[in-house]
Design a protein around this ligand. Structure first.
Ligand SMILES: *Cc1c(COP(=O)(O)O)cnc(C)c1O
Length: 478
């Protein structure tokens, strides 16, 4: 496909604008701003529309097809929330508007904090972080501040070996030493390894529940007791909250700090890296350390409080990603408690149904009911000359976004599938049929599958090179 710059040269077309006669004196532009100096592309309006629409149709998105990218929760997000978030009453409000002129927006933020407290069982929330990983970093800063305040020197953060890469990264970024904890045969945290590594220098443990294998941590209450008993804290990575909405709460499991990924669980499309929001909830004893400014209610008015006391300070400009919060607010209000419960029920049902459909050819490593996602090792396919990557790439030819591959790291040839609650039975069955078909194709001609995808503008890329040397000027199947 031609770039718009190339098109402009080859077509020689110009966009026309019909403006009324100028009624003020004309002044000439500085030379460097003249059209021929800028070499901007110039095309008729219709050509511009076609160019960008053609580009957009090369994108994969949940609005185009099934997108079972494990851990990322690529569910369908109701369009009405996008429309509501564009309401000029909110969208045109300046972040520095006086409190008195922004009471509606502040009320929304305040109520959202309350809803998130109710959903997760935490005492207070800070909505500022712009992503899950940002929330993790803030959580680590809170833990550090908490122990500094107590005069305790705790330098280590425990992280299960199934954890998401951002967990150890966030802990390391905040100056902690990361200690990896093994998983046991059932995919839970290995209790003996936890006991062996828990000590007076442990600041906390970072966990996801259900974990990244899609399995519920069965001994979470015992883990919380052990960790608290050692004087350390528990951090909850809430990226998998889609599995638990309305069923149980991290606060009740004993977690002290929680982040949620509003863009995953609460209605914001987030392919391509954003926009995101990773609010952090805390228990009572960590509340004094929350970032500033804090939103407080004085009588009937909402105001920004700046009580500096023990706060870790500011962690973002203004108040975070407001539009994402707004969508989460609408989503929660529209679904209500019953609706949120239904989300997790359907998410878990869909994952288990899909797993049953493909289990024979893709047997899971852990013999348990899964939660909202599952991980299967493509080792049977490996034995036939294929790989997890081949299955993933071939799925593109069938019109599906591939699942997450080679994560979590403890599963060889991992395929991590998260169907989400918004998909129907037919879609799951069609996807399962494609998975089974691909297994058959590998059996018959693995070499051919290794060529996949064959229906896309480019086929297999050297992924390292493609990531390091971005070249967006590809040509159509030359
Ligand atoms: C997505 C994810 C994160 C990171 O969240 P971002 O919002 O992408 O920064 C952390 N942990 C898990 C388990 C995740 O799935």
């Amino acid at each position: 496909m031609e770039l718009i710059f190339e098109k402009s040269k080859s077509d020689g077309e110009k966009g026309g604008a019909y403006l009324p006669q100028c009624d003020v004196p004309e002044v000439s532009l500085p030379k460097e701003l003249l059209r021929d100096k800028l070499s901007l592309p110039e095309l008729a309006e219709l050509e511009v529309v076609r160019h960008y629409l053609a580009l957009s149709r090369r994108n994969m998105g949940v609005d185009v097809g099934f997108y079972p990218l494990g851990s990322c929760t690529m569910k369908y997000n109701p369009k009405i929330n996008e429309k509501l978030a564009r309401d000029p009453g909110f969208a045109a409000l300046h972040p520095l508007a006086e409190e008195a002129a922004a009471q509606g927006a502040l009320a929304m933020l305040y109520e959202l904090e309350e809803y998130l407290c109710a959903i997760t069982g935490m005492e207070a929330y800070c909505l500022q972080p712009s992503a899950g990983a940002h929330g993790e970093m803030m959580g680590m800063m809170l833990m550090r501040a908490y122990f500094e305040d107590k005069g305790e020197r705790r330098t280590k953060i425990l992280v299960p070996d199934s954890s998401h890469g951002t967990n150890p990264a966030s802990a390391a970024l905040c100056g902690f030493e990361v200690v990896q904890i093994k998983s046991d045969q059932r995919g839970n945290v290995d209790m003996q390894d936890l006991r062996d590594n828990l000590g007076v220098d442990t600041a906390g443990i970072m966990m996801t529940n259900p974990n990244t294998l899609g399995l519920f941590e069965e001994k979470i209450l015992e883990i919380a007791e052990l960790v608290h008993g050692a004087g350390a804290l528990l951090y909850y990575d809430g990226a998998n909250m889609n599995a638990l909405l309305g069923q149980c709460r991290p606060g009740d499991m004993g977690f002290d700090v929680v982040h949620l990924n509003l863009h995953k669980t609460f209605s914001t499309p987030h392919g391509g890296g954003g926009p995101g929001s990773g609010p952090v909830g805390v228990c009572k004893r960590l509340e004094p350390f929350l970032p500033l400014p804090r939103l407080v209610k004085k009588g009937d008015a909402y105001v920004w409080g700046e009580d500096k006391n023990k706060s870790i300070g500011r962690i973002t400009t203004f108040h975070g990603n407001f539009a994402v919060m707004l969508k989460a607010y609408y989503y929660i209000r529209a679904l209500g408690a019953d609706g949120l419960k239904r989300v997790s029920e359907d998410a878990v049902l869909n994952a288990n149904y899909l797993l049953e459909l493909i289990r024979e050819k893709y047997p899971p490593g852990y013999q348990r009911r899964v939660m909202h996602e599952f991980v299967v090792p493509a080792t049977p396919q490996k034995e036939k000359g294929g790989s997890a990557l081949d299955v993933a790439k071939r799925l593109i030819d069938y019109g599906y976004h591939p699942p997450t591959v080679y994560f979590p790291l403890i599963v060889p040839e991992a395929l991590m599938v998260e169907p989400t609650e918004t998909e129907g039975k037919k879609t799951l069955e069609a996807f399962a049929a494609a998975m089974l078909k691909i297994d058959e194709e590998i059996e018959q001609d693995a070499a051919a599958v290794r060529e996949a995808p064959t229906t896309t503008p480019v086929s297999r890329l050297d992924e390292v090179k493609a990531a390091r040397e971005l070249d967006i000027c590809y040509k159509d199947q030359e």
